[in-house]
Design a binder for this molecule. Sequence first.
Ligand code: PGA
Length: 239
Amino acid sequence: MSIRLEVFDDEQWAERVTQRWLAYMKDRPAARFCLPTGETPRPVYERAAQDGDFSGSTVFLLDEFDLPVGNPGRCDEMIHRDFLDRLPEPLPVLHRLDFAAASPAGECRRFENLVDDGGLDLTLLGLGGNGHLGLNEPGSLPNSTTRVVEVAPSTAAATLRYGTVERPERGMTVGLRPILGSREIWLLVTGSHKAAILEQVMKGPIGPDVPASFLRDHPSATVFADRSAAGTLSSELAE
Ligand code: PGA
């Protein structure tokens, strides 16, 4: 199996990815998406919210931090701010992992059952500076389920970019098993600060040290990188 890499100029990246997403949706008005939050997808969400019709879609939010309700670094806050609040009604159905649930482990099972009941059509992902997908931090295995995790120190520090002053210690994440079960996966990567880890994802060993490397075993995974993140890599199929 192989992973496709498509590289776009930095200034065109968001527009090109958005156009691909809208084209994907044309024939799939009831698509089931798993969506990330963070800086990378933000410009895509802004554009897609203007031109896309998501009224029949279902959105599974990829992960969540154990931050207080209303904290700007929470994923549910970000998906609303960056995407859902920009959409016209009716909004897509949103499923999210809730730390306030009586049993966090039970909450993860509930969520994963919802995912499994129909599967995921398209999962969009950002790439952690440490190679994580969602909060599947280094050490995560490809059969990992949706679960409560400890947030890696570098991930906790990175959340400060999202406007929180509190660092999350724990998170909930869709596991690698349901992610890799998605019919199609797009990994979104921008900025020169992601170039070194992207090279490892594409060319390094496949294994839990860099969870995103497991995407190379997926039958339909594409990396959409801007030129700054692609570095010396160019559009190609990596084995
Ligand atoms: P970013 O986060 O898009 O804010 O860089 C990506 C990630 O950590 O998964």
